[in-house]
Design a protein. Sequence first.
Length: 174
Amino acid sequence: MTTTAPDTVQELVEAWGAMGALWGINRSVARVHALLMATEGPLSLDEIAERLRISKGNASMSLRELRTFGVVRQVEAPGDRRDFYVTEPDVWTMFFRILRERKRREFDPALEAIHRLLARPGAQGEVRGRLQQMGDLLATVEGVVNRFLKDPASTRAALALVAGLPFDRRKKRT
């Protein structure tokens, strides 16, 4: 049951889909995620496909991707044999799960590729210097991301401090 006006839900779905596409996330995956975020209670595969006007196959693949990221889970409804889906209720937990998975899928292979290139003979002069700088930059970013992922509660507090926002430590920690 949606507690938000349908036009507001649709706006979120389209905006989240567009943002996801800009960040390299499949638009349908982002739209399914937005629909689940804007919906109170679980939705079935059929409901998701119908509400987003996408095929059940597309909805199913999108849900599988979201489950891999750990931001959507499958739930059961008593007396109904269909599978239903809900989103992770805590947005900070969602953020850290997405960050961890994107690091594993995208960042780690790029860093490994730079290390392999630097280990090989061939790159000389300015090219080698740029590759070394890129390796140093990526290693620095990796250190920051690893620290972010190691202690999400401290990361939330640090981000709030940097942004000049209050941080309430009594809230649920991820």
